[in-house]
Design a protein around this ligand. Structure first.
Ligand code: MG
Ligand code: NI
Length: 483
């Protein structure tokens, strides 16, 4: 019996590892994807004023800040019973698109791309962004430029290039000037051209690596994503639609009803929870989210170039199940994001000044709220770059958070990743000697999902206990603290 460990998994966001157990006859008996870090924000949010949530939750992660900012802002709208004006909704969507352009280009070119551009078994010293810049400088520069345009949208619309601050309960705290509109519009048009060139380079890779696409991590699951207008792709709003592994619709529900459909399970090998479809059960109710899931769930992309790419993708892959196709779907979404950004910036109402519905209702004082059993609740659901993201806050009558539940994209893919890694390890590993290239192929399964582990690990419910040892300056153990 031998235990093979792949740790840490590189070119992902956060800390995770893969373990593979090989029995005495050289066959894989078990394998798992483990997440060892814990962020615990569900707990940290308790006691905070709910209007602060849109500024607290972006600190969960260095990549997905805008997604958390907007999901939290939408939850606070509901807590205070507010409906943001149309311009505010468009500005929030624009801000989210900045995140998509930044994150999807970062992932494809810098994190996952090296496996496909340099090859899964190429020298690991070159199988990274430096390798791409050395061997394919044009592609590298395109990546840097595209990502920068995403950051500029975040900075202008969100007020800061990282951890944006402008989405507030009921709308936005500031609008867009016509100078800013013109500046961003020029950049968004440039982004379309850059993405087009990137896709030209990337598309042939999916033919070249057709075998790897079949081999790495295949699994059949349900899929979930927001959609609106009866099947359009939607990142900012809409209902969550769930389809079964053959593509038949199973559920469609409003964000605030998600607890009737989604439940979370804890497993001993990971600090990341395992959400599943409640009415189907665990593990059959396994479902996936994110770019490939979105393109499976929706019927239509309402922008020109992305719609063409989508039609071609559908024709080639039908209902996609193989995780490496997440990369392809991500590129199509990158095109949609650039085109949709242009659409929003060409809309003259984007510079409107009616951007916030104010809070007029008088809340209870904190002392009054302590005596009251009245609670408030808000659920914000969006499509973050990595998949459906839910922020659910329950507050007391003064608006301070009693309970926070975060269901983060990566968690919803956890079970599929775990099974995909195990099944692929069983197919590929025979004997105790495992090459670096083979280990990398297992990592490629995890990378395909663009996992963000910082975002996804908040379980502190006693079922996966975390013990913190506290020492004094002399190194003497003072106490053991069980979270
Ligand atoms: Mg949760
Ligand atoms: Ni993240």
């Amino acid at each position: 019996m031998k235990n093979i460990e792949i740790a840490p998994i590189s070119r992902i966001e956060g800390h995770g590892k893969i373990t593979v157990q090989v029995d005495d006859s050289g066959n894989v008996s078990d394998a798992h994807f483990h997440v060892m870090e814990i962020r615990g924000f569900e707990k940290f949010l308790e006691g905070a004023a709910v209007e602060e949530a849109p500024r607290i939750t972006p600190r969960i992660c260095g990549v997905c800040q805008t997604s958390h900012h907007i999901a939290s802002a939408k939850a606070t709208d509901q807590v205070f019973g507010l409906e943001p004006p149309e311009t505010a909704k468009k500005l929030r969507e624009l801000l989210l698109l900045g995140q998509y352009i930044m994150s999807h280009s970062l992932h494809f070119y810098f994190l996952a791309g090296p496996d496909l551009v340099m090859g899964p078994e190429s020298d690991p010293a070159m199988r990274n962004v430096v390798g791409i810049l050395k061997t394919n400088p044009d592609l590298g520069m395109m990546a840097i430029k595209t990502r920068k345009i995403g950051q500029q949208i975040t900075a202008t619309v969100g007020g800061k290039p990282i951890s944006p601050v402008t989405a507030v309960p009921g709308g936005m705290s500031r609008g867009l000037t016509s100078d800013q509109q013109a500046d961003l519009l020029g950049k968004a048009k440039e982004a379309i051209g850059l993405v087009e060139k990137g896709i030209e380079v990337a598309k042939p890779l999916f033919t070249k690596y057709a075998e790897a696409i079949e081999l790495l991590g295949p699994i059949e699951t349900h899929f979930g994503a927001l959609n609106k207008n009866g099947g359009d792709i939607s990142f900012y709003d809409g209902n969550m639609k769930v389809i079964d592994p053959s593509g038949n619709p199973v559920h469609e529900f409003a964000p605030e009803d998600y607890l009737n459909y989604i439940e979370e399970k804890v497993q001993p090998w990971s600090y990341m929870k395992f959400p599943y479809l409640k009415q189907i059960g665990y593990p059959d109710g396994n479902y996936r989210v994110g770019p490939m899931a979105r393109l499976n769930v929706i019927d239509n992309i309402p922008t020109e170039k992305a719609a063409e790419l989508f039609a071609e993708y559908k024709e080639n892959f039908g209902l996609a199940q193989n995780p490496l196709l997440y990369h392809y779907a991500r590129l199509i979404e990158l095109m949609y994001s650039a085109e949709r950004t242009v659409q929003l910036l060409e809309d003259e109402t984007i510079t409107g000044t009616d951007i916030r519905q104010p809070i007029t209702e008088q809340l209870m004082s904190r002392d009054e709220a302590k005596e009251s059993s009245e609670t408030r609740r808000g659920v914000g659901m969006i499509e973050a770059t990595r998949g459906t993201l839910i922020h659910d806050f329950e507050t007391d009558a003064a608006g301070f958070i009693n309970r926070a539940n975060l269901i983060v994209s990566t968690g919803q893919n956890n079970l599929a990743i775990d099974i995909g890694v195990r099944e692929t390890a069983k197919k590929l590993i025979h004997g105790e000697e495992v090459s670096e290239g083979l280990k990398n192929q297992l990592e490629m399964i995890v990378r395909a999902y663009d996992v963000c582990l910082s975002c996804a690990t908040h379980a502190i419910d006693g079922s996966s206990p975390l013990e913190v040892d506290i020492y004094d300056s002399e190194g003497k153990l003072l106490k053991k603290h069980l979270l």
